[in-house]
Design a protein around this ligand. Structure first.
Ligand code: 5AD
Length: 350
């Protein structure tokens, strides 16, 4: 069966066998990639039209107790200046974003022990009360089921936790021994069963990744059926174990994004900052390959650069307003406008 036939069958069935995904990922050509992108783009246009949702990201803290081998925020990176926003700072960022028309806030935090469940719970309540017409998405990492339940009860709607890789051995090659794929999956299952619109995802091009391992990511995604998926290239970060490793390929990242769109026609697929960092037209290319959400940054400009997951993380504009204006002008150039609602899931079964 040709790769084009495999892509068509993926569109018809929503999944392929592990050997088929592996074969596709090991042998695809630029023409196969373009074919998948065109199909993914048509699917996204059919689902979402020409409106993009803008989710405003607020990076709350870059203190981290974990030591993931790829991440610039890892505990052992002593070169990094650490910061933590106060609850008041975060509410100010939300207010600024809300005035700009943003109706989803992504509260993102490294695994900061000082940012405990009580602080998080209080923050979510206050954002929920202050912005009743907006969705709240969280990305606070691995926490207990009880903590996730509290966040949900406080009014959070979505939770993003990348699985990073669905292959346990690969997971162990990317993380210190005390982090496990089993716990990551426990978290994702808890989040979904609590009722969050749950997101998983992975980097493309991490050390030790293979076509088989990427195939396992796609199988995991097809099986888990998340409401959102984030896919971005691995970009090396100084002061990490993987400093000297090559960056992931932009083209492969876009191919993976398109395959995910074909598997999950109605999922939210954000354009990640990593793809924008890896290529000057990365945002546009991701939308043309099936993405439907953009992520303007609402973090105070003075702290933005310190949330350095990888080197050179780009930000648009000097502040939130300028950043959003530049972003939407660029998206307008490829035919998109900003949606004004929170991105409801009524259309979804999940
Ligand atoms: N390159 C790209 N993405 C990264 N992340 C962490 N470090 C890097 C990197 N070097 C992503 C991980 C994690 C999220 C917080 O950021 O996938 O889940």
């Amino acid at each position: 069966m040709s790769n084009i036939d495999l892509i068509d069958r993926l569109a018809a069935d929503g999944v392929l066998a592990e050997e088929e995904f592996t074969e596709l990922l090991a042998t695809y050509t630029a023409a196969d990639r373009d074919y998948a992108a065109a199909l993914a783009y048509r699917i996204a246009r059919g689902q979402f039209g020409t409106q993009l949702h803008a989710w405003g990201v607020i990076d709350l803290t870059n203190h981290c107790s974990k030591d993931c081998f790829y991440c610039g925020l890892c505990r052992s990176n002593e070169a990094l200046e650490r910061y933590r926003l106060s609850t008041e700072d975060v509410l100010r960022c939300c207010a600024e974003g809300h005035d700009l028309g943003i109706r989803t806030f992504v509260l993102q935090a490294a695994e900061d022990p000082e940012f405990g469940d009580d602080v998080a719970d209080d923050l979510i309540w206050r954002v929920r009360k202050g912005f009743p017409d907006s969705a709240i998405a969280l990305s606070f990492g691995e926490r207990s089921r009880a903590a996730y339940q509290r966040y949900f009860d406080a009014g959070a709607d979505r939770y993003l936790l990348r699985h990073e890789t669905a292959d346990a051995e690969h997971f162990a090659q990317l993380h210190p021994r005390r982090s496990t794929l089993a716990n990551r999956i426990r978290c994702l299952e808890d989040l979904k069963s609590i009722g969050f619109e749950t997101g998983c995802g992975m980097m493309v091009g991490t050390p030790y990744q293979t076509p088989l391992r990427l195939a396992r990511d796609l199988l995991f995604i097809a099986d888990f059926d998340p409401a959102l998926v984030t896919v971005g290239p691995f970009l090396p970060s100084s002061s990490t174990k993987f400093t000297g490793s090559p960056a992931g390929s932009v083209e492969k990242t876009l191919f993976m994004l398109s395959l995910v769109r074909i598997i999950l026609p109605d999922a939210d697929l954000p354009v990640m900052t990593s793809i924008a960092t890896a290529h000057p037209r990365g945002r546009e290319m991701a939308v043309m390959a099936g993405a439907n959400v953009v992520l303007p940054n609402l973090t105070p400009p003075a702290d933005r650069a310190k949330y350095s997951l990888y080197d050179g993380r780009v930000t648009l504009g000097r502040d939130a307003a300028e950043g959003l204006a530049i972003l939407m002008k660029r998206m307008a150039a490829i035919g998109y406008t900003l949606a004004s609602d929170r991105g409801e899931r009524q259309r979804r079964k999940r």
